[in-house]
Design a binder for this molecule. Structure first.
Ligand code: GUN
Ligand code: FE
Length: 427
């Protein structure tokens, strides 16, 4: 039962600065949990099935801390607006279509196929405000074997009629029903409380969602300090809040009592950063989206040096692709621009750091996930980097670096495992 041995050239993060590499080694997985890496198969595990990947590269499955499943339909389109205008022009009209279950079925089939083909093994997902369509998304995601949190989105103000819930009360009721219908129903997916962002949710709604999060012990996801126009709007809407984060914290939707992931955090001030640290809020860094909708560059060097929890997010379709290899490259590149153009003390990120964020850093949101250390859940992806040929001999670290920069999932992904179980890469 989900027990096996993986053979290949193994690479994972021990911490932010330390990559562990093991050439020609055997990773033992018992009941979905990592039980050591060996030069030879240990006697006591000799009966386990061997998945021999030869000289291929084996790394932990990648963790996507923030994406929007319904927006996959317009990925790669509509990158010509800033956030708020982009939402009303592209995102909201698309999301309104998910009241139609036949459309949702087609769209979410395409989304889950995309996720299957990727190197992602865990994902934290926004659906839409529609309960039935979001349950359909969970049915489909669950079947992939990828592990996910999925949210029915809440929005009871500042949205078109087609995408605004009737009242705070109706939204809270529907969310409670969603939680009851989906908690512990699936093997691989669980519900997550999902107020879209402060401009979409009245105080009354936020209060109700805080109650549900505490009562049912459900984690929380939302957006934070993404774009200057959005932040100014939050200041108008919540004059009582000392910062954007406080508008969540007041309602128990900011890391306490339930774990919380906030996307972006491009403009968090000292106080908001201190609050995130104190409450253990996870930050989903989404560099593609921050470029595409002209939000800016998040100060990730600062977050890492202050010990905040940071992972990467694809943020489809603000981000153009689900590929976390692409997201890693973008995180590296924007950190160099930030250092050059914004803050010469903010040392650019390096490969080990972004790899850590995309594996063990983001994985912490799911528990002991994102590493091959003993006791971690065994999520792995196998990369055939002989498909990225070079005459040079390369170290494992160099192979990892190339797989990241050259798009290891698109060209060279050859197998994927989640909790010790092999999952299909396509239909
Ligand atoms: N803020 C509120 N909704 C969204 C969304 O769909 N995408 C992004 N990038 N930011 C948001
Ligand atoms: Fe988002």
């Amino acid at each position: 039962m989900n027990s096996m041995i993986l053979h290949g050239d193994i690479c994972y993060s021990a911490d932010q600065n330390t990559l562990i590499t093991r050439l020609d080694s055997y990773l033992v997985c018992v009941d979905g949990i990592c039980k050591g890496i060996y030069d030879k198969i240990p006697e006591e595990h000799a009966q386990l099935p061997l998945h021999d990947h030869g000289k291929k590269l084996i790394i932990p499955g990648l963790i996507d801390l923030h994406t929007h499943a319904p927006q996959y339909a317009f990925r790669g389109l509509g990158m010509d607006r800033e956030l708020l205008e982009w939402l009303s022009t592209y995102a909201f009209p698309e999301e309104a279509k998910y009241s139609d279950l036949a459309y949702a079925d087609r769209a979410y089939t395409i989304f889950t196929e995309g996720m299957k083909r990727s190197a992602t093994t865990r994902v934290v997902v926004f659906g839409t405000m529609h309960r039935e369509a979001t349950k359909l998304l969970m049915d489909k995601l669950d079947r992939t074997g990828i592990v996910s949190y999925v949210g029915k989105v809440n929005m009871d103000r500042n949205a078109p009629n087609t995408l605004r819930e009737a009242s705070a009360e109706a939204s809270i009721k529907d969310t409670e029903r969603f939680i009851k219908e989906t908690s512990n129903k699936y093997r691989n997916t669980q519900p997550i409380i999902t107020p879209r962002f402060i401009p979409s949710c009245t105080d009354e709604l936020m209060e109700g969602l805080g109650r549900l999060a505490a009562q049912y012990r459900i984690p929380v996801q939302s957006h934070l300090s993404e774009n200057p126009g959005e932040i100014a709007w939050v200041r108008e809407l919540c004059p009582w809040a000392e910062n954007y984060g406080a508008a969540y914290e007041r309602f128990g939707l900011f890391g306490k009592p339930q774990k919380t992931v906030m996307a972006h955090c491009v403009y968090s001030d000292d106080r908001e950063i201190a609050m995130m640290k104190e409450n253990g809020v996870f930050i989903a860094h989404c560099p593609a989206s921050n470029m595409n909708v002209a939000s800016g560059i998040a100060p990730i060097r600062r977050y890492l040096s202050e010990g905040l929890r940071v992972g990467l997010g694809s943020d489809l379709a603000g981000g153009q692709t689900e590929s976390l290899f692409t997201a890693m490259v973008e995180a590296l590149q924007v950190s160099r621009l930030y250092w050059r153009l914004v803050d010469s003390t903010a040392t650019p990120l390096n490969v080990a750091e972004v790899f850590y964020m995309t594996t063990k850093g983001g994985g912490e949101f799911f528990g002991k996930v994102g590493s091959f250390e003993d006791g971690y859940e065994c999520d792995a992806v196998v990369i055939d980097d002989s498909l990225l040929p070079t005459p040079r001999p390369l170290t494992v670290q160099e192979r990892l670096e190339r797989a990241i920069y050259l798009g290891g999932d698109v060209k060279a992904l050859s197998a994927k495992y989640c909790r010790g179980k092999q999952i299909e890469l396509s239909a």
